[in-house]
Structure formats: structure tokens, C-alpha cells
Design a protein around this ligand. Sequence first.
Ligand code: CP
Length: 317
Amino acid sequence: MRSFAGRDILSLKELERNEFFHIFDVAAELEPIATDRQNVDLLSDKTLLTAFYQPSTRTRLAHEAAMHRLGGHVLGFADPKMTRAGDFYQESIKDTVHMLEYYADVIVMRHFQQGAPHEAAKWSSVPVINAGDGWGEHPTQVLTDLYTVLREVGTIDGLTFLAIGDHRMRTMHSLGYALTQFDSEMIMVSPPEMVPTDEFKAELDAKNLRFKEAGDVRDVIGEADVIYMEPVVQPDYTRSRQEKADDYGLTAPEYKVTRDLLKTKARRDAIILHSLPRMDELPADVDDTHHARYWQEAFNGVVMRMALLALVLGAME
Ligand code: CP
């Protein structure tokens, strides 16, 4: 297996099956540190830089929390308006990264332009981790999600993933690419204007992933082992920031998972993942059903970033 030391984490297209399992093993090894709320000194000689050109609660803070748990140092920006990339100069990714690489040993980047972290990686001598690029991909989120499935269900192989939401969304892309490495099936439910692209479906098909599309969650929820949710009411991910409009609309029943639907149509052992934030597609009264795993998923977000930082910084092999 290729070493992770010094590697960029840009896309789940690049990962092979044994590499997924290796990351999960390292995460499981480090998990007790987070469970026990300890800070250790594994990365005490390393520095993380978070370069976030789009808003984030979980992804940036989970990476920062992970670095603190491993004893490392953290710096960065959460709002590009306070940098020269976000003012009059509109400094390029190339020039910005030529600065940032001197300030840290790993860069975690979120950007509204698809491919921006890939561009950064071309100019960076330190590893770059993609924290979400436009509609492109969100690899660390989906690694977190699959680690959660493995911990909660005991396997990823043999499961049917029902992915409900906007299929232009970066998490959906990373999920599809990841599932090509497992014996899993994917059912995609979305409004007509948010269906997966033909190009994306061709990529999944070329790698033998079994998938199908459906128009209404109520018709297919009974087939799902994992109910994977994203909003259909959401901002444009190609913009740096979008405020909530007054008339943002509500989620139609075709794309909602309610307590009643779970009781009447879902498998008793189906679990729900949601990368969050949510709108009304997942009502808060689902939180105390035995199906909900999204808070465990949130905890695992720190564990997974600990594993990835330890691996790309060469502290774990
Ligand atoms: N799940 C996720 O990416 O959340 P943030 O946008 O808060 O980072």
C-alpha cells in the first residue's frame, strides 16, 4: 500500500479499498484519545493551517480540534474577506499558497471553486486536504460517514445506501466514488433539477457501482440500510457566501425523512446520517429515534481528522 505521508487528500476517487480500511484502522486506534478528551503529543512539532474561503462550522473546527487533540499547532482564516484573496487584490491561489506553505506543515482548504484545493496542491510543498470545493467533493466528510457506518453497523459491504438530497452536492460525489470500492448499492433520490449528472453516473458505472435513481423517498426507504441525507433547500456552493433568503421554501415530502415515515416504512435497523447543517428535511424529533447516528457522526468527524492529519504528517504509518 502507498504511504500516506506527504500525500494530498483531494478526492475519494484516488483511494483504493485497502487504503479506506487502513484509514479506518488508524481512526479506531486514535479514537480513545477523543473519547477520553485527552490531548497527546503525537503532532507536537507540527502546524496545521486552515484556509477557509467558505463558511464552515464542523469541518474547520473538527480539523482544528483534531490537531489540538494530537498536540499540534493551529493557525488560519475562516473568512477570506480578511485576506488579500478577498479584497481589492483578489490574490491568486498560487500566490497565496506560496505564502501558506511556509507557515505550516499541512493545509486544509475549503473553497467555492471546484478544483481549488487541487490547484493549491500543485503549488504547495506540504500536503493539502480538501475540506469541500464548490460542488466538487468533500472527502473528509465522507470518510467520517463511512467510518461511522463501519462502527455502527460493523460493515460497509452488503449495504444499501439511500442518498437523499441535492445530487450536485460535493458529499454525494465523494460518497459515490467511495462506494465504488465496496460491495454496496446506492439509491439516489433528488428533485429533478438536482439529479446526478450523466458524467458522474458514467464514472460510477465504469467502476461497477450498482445504483438507481428514484423520485420519492417514500417508495424506496424500505430498501435502505443507511439513509444518507443532505438538504434540497440549500445555498449555491459555487458562491463564497449566501445569506438566507426570506422565501427559501420548504422541503417537499418526497425528500423528507420524518419520524412517521421511519416508523411505517423504514427497516428497523436502518441508520440515518446527515453531514449537517440541516433544514426541514430531517425534523428535530427524529433525533431521539434509534435510527439517528448524526451526532455520533459529528464526534467521529474529529476522530477521522485526527487519523488523516497523523497519516499525512507521517506520525502514523
Ligand atoms: N458537514 C459540513 O461540511 O459542515 P460545515 O459546512 O459546517 O463544515
